[in-house]
Design a protein around this ligand. Structure first.
Ligand SMILES: *Cc1c(COP(=O)(O)O)cnc(C)c1O
Length: 236
């Protein structure tokens, strides 16, 4: 992809978000656009930032550290959106403004432990395995209540919302039931007050289904191939 193509893609994605938001009676300004930058180099990342994405989201710690050393993310917040291993938490806490993929209690505890040592509070989203897929990590919807209670007790962690990765779909509408289930969980939990929990972000929607996610209440979408073109190898 050339810089011009990336710019054009970002414009198209913004326009689609605005259209879906309007259909749902929402303002497009409510919706943050994160570029899912995995497997794209620093130059492509910078082009996306110049084109006006709000956030960069990375999946792999090593790749993120390499691009960060090249100053690839300058100008926008950096988020971590991939599966995070406990032994890599030290490299992510503090560097990433938001970790979307907090998917187990031991991981939450480790994030809080590391953040406490550094004297900061790490913002996270709880990842929900909304379709109950064996291949995916994340909390079960039924667990969310007890996880929020546990998370509220962790001193250096703040839950800022929920994230989900529904199955790859042929049409955006195919994931509507999962998006609606997420919206309901998000709204239900917004109404309950826990310490250290503020339901600000509902992170869902990728290149294949973000328009439907926006119609169902997403306020943070994560777009990779829709901005950068197809990736060379198939990965998460
Ligand atoms: C790769 C990735 C995306 C973006 O996927 P596309 O289908 O390329 O838009 C979004 N979220 C996560 C967690 C990802 O790993």
């Amino acid at each position: 992809m050339t810089t011009a193509e990336i710019e054009r893609n970002v414009k198209t994605v913004r326009a689609e978000i605005a259209r879906a938001a309007a259909e749902a009676g929402r303002s497009p300004r409510e919706i943050l656009l994160a570029a899912a930058t995995k497997m794209n180099d620093a130059e492509a990342v910078r082009a996306a930032i110049r084109a006006g994405v709000d956030i960069c989201g990375e999946n792999r710690v090593q790749e993120m550290l390499e691009k960060n050393a090249q100053n690839a993310y300058a100008g926008v917040p950096l988020h971590f959106i991939g599966h995070l291993q406990k032994n890599k938490v030290r490299q992510v806490v503090g560097l990433c403004a938001l970790i979307h993929s907090a998917d187990s209690l031991p991981l939450l505890q480790e994030i809080s432990r590391v953040a406490l040592k550094r004297g900061l509070v790490q913002d996270v989203l709880l990842e929900i395995n909304v379709a109950g897929e064996a291949s995916k990590t994340g909390f079960r919807p039924e667990e969310l209540e007890s996880v929020l209670q546990e998370a509220a007790r962790l001193p250096a962690l703040s839950v800022r919302g929920l994230m989900a990765i529904p199955p790859i779909c042929a049409k955006p509408e195919d994931n509507r039931p999962f998006f609606l289930q997420m919206q309901k969980l998000f709204v239900d939990k917004t109404e309950i007050k826990y310490d250290n929990v503020r339901m600000d972000f509902l992170s869902m929607g990728m290149s294949g289904d973000y328009t439907e996610a926006v119609r169902c209440g997403a306020n943070l979408v994560r777009i990779g191939s829709g901005i950068f073109g197809p990736r060379n190898t198939t990965t998460t």
